[in-house]
Design a protein around this ligand. Structure first.
Ligand SMILES: Cc1cc2nc3c(=O)[nH]c(=O)nc-3n(C[C@H](O)[C@H](O)[C@H](O)COP(=O)(O)O)c2cc1C
Length: 202
């Protein structure tokens, strides 16, 4: 069984619908730690040693967050700036994260048609995540495409919110139980594009 670390970042969780439902769907699962960064660090004073130890103790790292200005809420940038130290995360001696799987679980207002070169947002989600992918590469993390819930500005019916939350639960348990076909998943645009197709049955 793999150990999963979910670094959760939503600065206004009381106004969240999608991230809250997704968070609830994976909270309390065996082998899964949901670590709420804004709750733990309301003043942004990140405990670097604690965060590094958490990463070392887990096999899969997921940043779960709403898409803010084509990126993450700011505490994730602060986390990256402070936690990914030379000699620990990267550099010739920095191998603490080597081989761990890493992905984003993100929600966005714009729908899929807006995230393309001729769409309103000009770039794909994959292109916009390039700095995170490059970071993963430098830290020898294994990059997986994002779990993405798009089109939230249209308003998602309750049943669809529940269905995305169930999918997220399935993804996280499949990662934990090593049932995700990593090669197939890496070729998907989003991990949830064809979730049933990338999860192996036990
Ligand atoms: C400060 C801010 C920036 C945002 N930037 C984007 C963006 O760049 N692209 C996008 O599609 N949606 C953007 N949104 C919409 C959020 O991604 C959307 O409200 C969120 O994913 C909904 O999830 P929630 O119900 O968990 O809050 C932004 C919202 C806020 C408040």
């Amino acid at each position: 069984m793999k150990k999963i670390l979910i670094l959760f970042a939503h600065p206004a969780i009381s106004r969240s619908t999608m991230n809250r439902a997704m968070k609830e769907a994976v909270t309390g699962l065996d082998g899964v730690k949901v670590h709420d960064l804004y709750r733990r660090y309301p003043d942004f004073y990140i405990d670097v040693e604690y965060e590094q130890r958490l990463c070392e103790e887990h096999d899969v790292i997921i940043f779960q967050h709403p898409f803010y200005w084509y990126s993450t809420p700011s505490i994730i940038k602060e986390w990256l700036d402070l936690v990914l130290q030379h000699g620990w995360a990267y550099g010739s001696e920095g191998r603490a994260l080597e081989g761990k799987c890493y992905c984003h679980a993100l929600t966005a207002g714009g729908d899929d048609t807006t995230y393309r070169s001729r769409g309103a947002n000009l770039f794909t989600i994959d292109e916009l995540l390039a700095p995170f992918r490059a970071t993963a590469n430098l830290c020898r993390l294994r990059w997986l495409p994002p779990f993405a819930v798009l089109g939230i500005h249209r308003g998602l019916p309750d049943e669809l919110i529940r269905s995305h939350a169930r999918d997220y639960h399935s993804l996280v348990t499949a990662l934990r139980d090593e049932q995700l076909d990593l090669a197939a998943a890496t070729n998907s645009a989003y991990l949830n594009s064809n979730l049933a197709g990338v999860i192996r049955q036990p």
